[in-house]
Design a binder for this molecule. Structure first.
Ligand SMILES: Nc1ncnc2c1ncn2[C@@H]1O[C@H](COP(=O)(O)OP(=O)(O)OP(=O)(O)O)[C@@H](O)[C@H]1O
Ligand SMILES: [Mg+2]
Length: 288
């Protein structure tokens, strides 16, 4: 059935009678407020392909300085793909092609002269599964500052390791075993270690892809508290499957569906008064 016949057939029906596939096919403009005045990141007309399959369709979105923005949507809708565009992690996937414009503080992050390693120091990433290096707790955190030459001597490095672990809410738990392997910590501690490792290089933006999905409620609460704290100094983009988590930690929420950015708005509005039928169906649990 093509869209034309659908339109004719459904002409008398309102949106609620349409299938999700039909509503998605007809959607071509993001509802709400995808743009903001104090944008740190600007993305315009971003398309992402894995070989011949398109995973992201014409997404335009601003990410404001010092905001926490949550990316939500059903599995496979492109949240991780879009997130990875922001620090060029997709560069590592050969079949992945990106078109469109992505700027950080007005600079094209895909420019030929942009070094992806330096970009990733400015735009750090925390993954779903904690991935500490097979090194000591200390060396995990010291790794980035050493590579980027951020400190002049051992005592400065010690201070930076300690302050990063403190900011990540982990120092008190590990101060007596900084030389033990990072992999020997609990899952929640490992995730906080990875956050400490990320913030040690003083990034401007932190991308988090379901950072708490493998953690128990106590460890999750610690990570969420931490996100609230980190917002003072960083911009945070978080992918989450938990709508409660999105509501607790973010100021803005972006809803993706099958590669399209359907709706963006204040988190509170998205969860209490969504404007788009697809957003409403998702948050009320009618699919996904
Ligand atoms: N490395 C890859 N190679 C080929 N296709 C990929 C790759 N990564 C993702 N895709 C495809 O791109 C689409 C979006 O995937 P993505 O992982 O971004 O979704 P997601 O919203 O993060 O899903 P989830 O909530 O399950 O993590 C899917 O159809 C997926 O199969
Ligand atoms: Mg994902």
């Amino acid at each position: 059935m093509n869209i034309q016949t659908l339109n004719n057939e459904n002409i008398q029906l309102n949106m609620k009678d349409k299938s999700i596939e039909d509503i998605h096919a007809e959607h071509n403009k993001t509802v709400g407020q995808p743009f903001c005045e104090n944008a740190k990141f600007k993305t315009r007309n971003v398309n992402v392909f894995y070989a011949n399959d398109q995973a992201i369709h014409d997404v335009s979105l601003d990410i404001a300085s010092n905001e926490v923005i949550a990316l939500i949507g059903p599995s496979g809708c492109g949240k991780s793909t879009f997130l990875r565009c922001l620090n060029r992690m997709n560069d590592n996937i050969d079949i992945c092609k990106i078109t469109g414009e992505l700027t950080l503080d007005g600079q094209d992050i895909y420019a030929k002269n942009q070094d992806p390693v330096l970009l990733r120091a400015r735009v750090g990433m925390v993954f779903q599964k904690p991935n500490p290096f097979p090194k000591s707790i200390y060396d995990n955190v010291a790794y980035g500052p050493r590579i980027h030459g951020l400190t002049r001597n051992k005592s400065e490095l010690d201070d930076l390791v300690e302050s990063s672990l403190r900011k990540a809410g982990l120092f008190e738990e590990v101060k007596d075993r900084l030389n033990s392997p990072g992999t020997g910590l609990s899952g929640g501690q490992q995730q906080r270690l990875c956050i400490a490792r990320t913030i040690a290089v003083k990034p401007e933006v932190i991308l988090m892809d379901e950072p708490a999905s493998a953690l128990d409620p106590i460890a999750t609460a610690k990570i969420e508290e931490l996100i609230n704290d980190l917002r003072k100094n960083f911009t945070i983009v978080i992918v989450t499957h938990s709508m409660q988590q999105a509501a607790r930690v973010s100021q803005r929420t972006a809803y993706f569906h099958l590669g399209k950015l359907i709706e963006v708005g204040e988190t509170n509005q998205i969860f209490t008064n969504p404007q788009h039928e697809l957003t409403e169906r998702y948050i009320t649990g009618r699919f996904g």
